[in-house]
Design a protein. Structure first.
Length: 187
């Protein structure tokens, strides 16, 4: 059984989190621990037709953003890593500087200190030097940065095709076998 923590922040791109959670929910050998920021909840309503209850139903355990006593706030909670999708630049900065002022930041801090897999899916453009420096700092600490940049070799026809490709990349980072999208097979 794999345990994966999913943090969802208030950056635009909540559909990436929805798609990832839907795919993870289909995998019986993956246990999902979910925490959403307040703005993530707002963006869920603004950007999708999903209700919060539908999204949380895709997780095995859901935590409140301010629950610093949650299991995922401790290094003794064994897991296979954490993904933050989408990751706001505020959250990226908070993690880069170890602020840990909410459960997403604290769980990411624990993930780094325990040297577990941390995947950041930043959703911002253009990126300022501050953003790039914070992302670089996290990459130097071992985080994998997987921005939602579309590929076109798979000839996407819909927005869902673009989102599915991103989900494939995230699942690949956790070594979770998937055929979410068409892979490059050479020319």
């Amino acid at each position: 059984m794999q345990r994966i923590i999913v943090g969802v922040t208030g950056a635009s791109g909540t559909i990436y989190a929805v798609d990832l959670l839907e795919k993870l929910h289909q995998l019986p050998d993956v246990e999902v621990h979910l925490v959403l920021s307040n703005w993530a909840k707002k963006n869920l309503a603004l950007e999708t037709d999903y209700q919060l209850s539908q999204l949380t139903a895709l997780a095995d355990q859901t935590y409140h953003i301010n629950d610093q006593g949650a299991a995922i706030a401790s290094g003794s909670f064994l897991n296979d890593g954490m993904v933050i999708v989408p990751a706001s630049m505020k959250t990226v900065a908070s993690i880069a500087y170890g602020i840990g002022d909410n459960l997403i930041g604290r769980a990411a801090d624990v993930t780094i200190k325990e040297q577990r897999k941390l995947v950041i899916v930043p959703r911002e453009t253009p990126l300022s030097v501050i953003h790039l420096e914070n992302l670089t700092k996290l990459a130097k600490l071992g985080a994998q940065i997987i921005p939602p940049i579309p590929a076109f070799y798979n000839q996407p026809q819909t927005i869902q095709d673009l989102v599915a490709h991103q989900t494939m990349k995230i699942l690949d980072a956790f070594h979770i076998y998937n055929e979410t999208d068409r892979r490059w097979e050479g020319d």
